[in-house]
Design a protein around this ligand. Structure first.
Ligand SMILES: [Zn+2]
Length: 185
């Protein structure tokens, strides 16, 4: 999946998660922050690909990771999710306290990247080091393209988020999204 696809997939998923799950146990002022925070980690798993945007930003770290692991291997696995969780716990306990919404947002961002790659034909090695490829190729190159999928998913998530104003919101989203896609591609 492309960088733009990952960003839109993460934003849309964060909408749904925060509205249907986090709002049940978190204060509004806390759970809204999950969206911007999830964007921070949503590109991180692709540090294992030398041409990704995150790799260009973290060159030396990416160099080591790409030498050690194949693309969509360790960094796209449950092991990596646990490692991120573990690092967050250490940071929170020993360096600076991270509130629950921040930790949740960072984990959600990372997980949504992996889910987004699972729904592509290439899939991921979710149970790395086992070489079992997990894929549910909803996105295809021809019929249900990434651009089309992200568009539908984004509108759908906004629709569910604000059903009372959906007619205004959907019109706005469609126009904005089309403009964005025209600029991106
Ligand atoms: Zn990836």
């Amino acid at each position: 999946m492309t960088t733009q696809g990952h960003l839109f997939f993460t934003i849309s998923t964060s909408f749904l998660i925060q509205h249907f799950i986090c709002s049940q146990f978190m204060h509004h002022d806390d759970w809204w922050r999950i969206i911007p925070i999830s964007i921070i980690t949503c590109l991180l798993p692709d540090i294992d690909h030398s041409k990704s945007i995150i790799s260009k930003k973290l060159k030396y770290f990416s160099y080591i990771i790409t030498k050690l692991f194949n693309h969509r291997g360790f960094t796209h696995s449950l092991c990596a999710i646990y490692l991120i969780y573990y690092i967050l716990q250490i940071i929170s306990n020993k360096i600076i306290f991270l509130k629950m919404d921040i930790q949740l947002g960072l984990i959600i961002g990372y997980c949504t990247h992996i889910i987004a790659d699972i729904i592509t034909p290439h899939g991921v090695l979710l149970l790395w080091p086992l070489k079992i490829r997990f894929k549910l190729p909803i996105i295809t190159r021809h019929l249900f393209t990434e651009k089309f999928f992200c568009y539908i998913y984004f509108v759908f998530s906004v629709y569910l988020l604000y059903p009372g104003y959906n007619h205004i919101l959907i019109q706005f989203c469609i126009k904005t999204y089309i403009k964005l896609l025209n600029n991106i591609y």
